[in-house]
Design a protein around this ligand. Structure first.
Ligand code: G6P
Length: 608
């Protein structure tokens, strides 16, 4: 949560910082601010609201200066107010700090600082950093930051400027992402490559415990003991076009429509159709120990957790090993049965979700082989994993996850082919699944062509107050994901339920005002789902069903149907979720909601 950026170079800092904030707005968007240093002093501008408000504030009197830091916030400690917006400054206003993460011992630190005479202006945990640095300030800013951080417990990606060192930015990382961008005549530090890719594609990914000093002469990476750290320079593999809307009204719609291409990228060079398997270099580390694993654990949050639920079906079928899906946030507070015979996969779009990262580490600590299934290259989870798979969905900006979900399922199917063929999956079945994967992008494209039809249907449901989503088997997680998409972006209450469980409670809710979205494509449980829908119909519930092309049975009782092409049953979740993404999108637009930046949410939740 929260995005930070720092700039030092030859150009005006303010427009570069503001542009960077806009590109990271998905990380948090309840308040924002910047600090610029020039010959006249340290200039601060911050306020609650979206980043456009900061644009307006700054444009009235743009602070000149070629060095500065900025922040976009998702509130944890303290409401989104001007006082709580970053940057935070010390008593004398000479040190400014932007911070992403949580200082866990902020309360005692604050108390001690107040006792030592410091005056606090905000309710945030971050402000203690500014005062701690102020106390340590001598002739070296990085030493002061290093000394301050020795008192701090918790997580941070932070950047600091000081009037006493007007040509330095010091940044540090512990548990929150941070990278350094190397331009021609300038240097950047940011939470996310998106913030700086318009200026440079050369980056250094910092690790936990790293600090970096950026000056007019260059940069130096060190650790908290001031030992020099050698870092490789990486190249960002995508460009600005990938993170612009490209003519779409919203990132979410763009990303829904990118799914065929994203799936092609997930599959690229990996399918070995003739053998019914996949080539996945990141899994070679488990090749030799594969026979020793006696269970698989999938752990994740949010949409990625729904992907894990589908993965459970895939992997159990193909490996005949018990597979468990765990909410990452719950996993580490239980006493899970994990040992060296456990193969654990942490699934995460961002690779930064604090709970998922902690679950991965906990699994590792207990002896499991800990792997990642991640989208963002170079993020924390891949760095902490023993191996894994990048899903290659490309940058996902819309807060509601769409293409990452379908690419996670694609990657889980590749994983299934890889492990399955070494376990229980026959070559014939492997080939069928590989061929189905090859067809998948075209079939997703066919579903996307129904967008305007779904938009029409959405007009009939946009005023509903509640929704029930029903599915069974492999498509129960799709019901959960469809309901999550709707509630995230339209604020309509929606619940996903296994269709047969409906009669054990939710059926009491059914009346002529309750839309039921049913996933009723043809598979082994199709007749059962049909019976469940008859029960809804008998109670005047409104049915909107996703069905296989040519289906007449559901059409008889449904108010609306959306047809999807036929595909191997195992891949139906990937096709079936697409109309539900579009339905949620069109309903949210009809209700005038801010689709890309829904209230209270953030894309990467880097706090517990
Ligand atoms: C947040 C996002 C969700 C996402 C979840 C897990 O809640 O709003 O869209 O599914 O985090 O994120 P991850 O990056 O780990 O997949």
């Amino acid at each position: 949560m929260c995005g930070i950026i720092g700039y030092i170079g030859t150009r005006e800092a303010a427009p570069i910082l503001l542009e960077g904030l806009h590109r990271m707005e998905y990380r948090g968007y309840d308040s924002s601010g910047l600090a610029i240093i020039n010959g006249d002093g340290l200039h601060l501008a911050k306020l609650p609201g979206r980043i456009v408000e900061l644009d307006k504030l700054v444009s009235s009197a743009p602070p000149a200066g070629t060095i500065g830091i900025a922040h976009t916030r998702w509130a944890t400690h303290g409401r989104p107010t001007e006082a709580n917006a970053h940057p935070h400054t010390c008593c004398k206003g000479r040190v400014a700090v932007v911070h992403n993460g949580i200082i866990e011992n902020a309360t005692p630190l604050r108390q001690n600082l107040i006792e030592r005479g410091h005056t606090f202006r905000s309710e945030t945990d971050t402000e203690v950093l500014a005062h701690l640095i102020e106390e340590q300030l001598t002739d070296n800013l990085s030493e002061a930051v290093r000394a301050a951080l020795r008192h701090v417990e918790g997580t941070y990606g932070l950047a600091v400027v000081s009037l006493d060192h007007p040509d330095d930015i010091v940044a540090a990382r512990m548990g929150s992402p941070l990278l350094v961008g190397l331009g021609n005549e300038d240097l950047f530090v940011a939470s996310d490559a998106a913030a700086i890719v318009g200026h440079t594609r050369k980056v250094i990914y910092l690790d936990d415990g790293n600090m970096v000093e950026l000056s007019r002469d260059g940069y130096r990476v060190s650790d908290l003991k001031n030992t020099h750290v050698d870092k490789a320079v990486d190249e960002i593999a995508w460009d600005l076009k990938k993170i612009e809307k490209g003519g779409y009204p919203h990132y979410m719609l763009k990303e829904i429509f990118e799914q065929p291409e994203a799936i092609i990228n997930s599959l690229r060079g990996r399918l070995v159709t003739s053998e019914g398997t996949a080539m996945l270099g990141g899994l070679e580390v488990i090749d030799e120990s594969l026979a020793e694993f006696n269970r698989i654990v999938l752990t994740a949050c949010g949409t990625s957790w729904h992907a894990a639920l589908v993965g459970e079906h895939y992997l159990e079928e193909a490996t005949r090993l018990p597979v468990e899906v765990e909410y990452a946030s719950e996993f580490r507070y239980r006493n899970p049965v994990i040992d060296e015979r456990t193969l654990l996969f942490a699934i995460s779009q961002s690779g930064e979700t604090a709970d998922t990262l902690a679950a991965l580490k906990e699994g590792k600590r207990r002896g499991a082989k800990a792997m990642g299934i991640v989208n963002v290259v170079g993020s924390m989870i891949p760095r902490e994993s023993d191996g894994g798979i990048y899903i290659h969905a490309g940058p996902e900006i819309g807060v509601a996850s769409t293409k990452a979900f379908t690419c996670q399922l694609t990657a889980l199917m590749l994983l299934t082919l890889y492990i399955g063929r070494r376990k229980h999956l026959s070559v014939e079945r492997g080939r069928e699944l590989a061929r189905a994967l090859e067809e998948l992008p075209d079939l997703v494209q066919q579903v996307l062509e129904r967008s305007s039809e779904i938009q029409q249907i959405a007009t009939q449901y946009a005023d509903a107050v509640n929704f029930l989503y029903l599915g069974r088997g492999l498509n129960f997680p799709v019901a959960l994901e469809g309901a999550l998409k709707l509630k995230e972006i339209s604020y309509i209450h929606a619940e996903g339920y296994p269709a047969a469980e409906m009669k054990h409670g939710p059926i009491a809710l059914i009346d002529e005002n309750m839309p039921c979205v049913a996933i009723a494509t043809r598979d082994s449980v199709y007749p059962k789902v049909l019976s469940n829908l008859e029960e809804v119909h008998a109670r005047q519930g409104r049915i909107l069903a996703v069905v296989t092309e040519g289906d007449n049975d559901v059409a008889r009782i449904a108010e609306h149907i959306i047809e999807v092409p036929e595909i191997d049953v195992m891949l139906t979740p990937i096709l079936n979720v697409v109309p539900l993404q579009l339905l949620a999108y069109h309903i949210a637009v009809l209700r005038g909601c801010d689709v890309d930046k829904p209230r209270n949410l953030a894309k990467a939740v880097t706090v517990e």
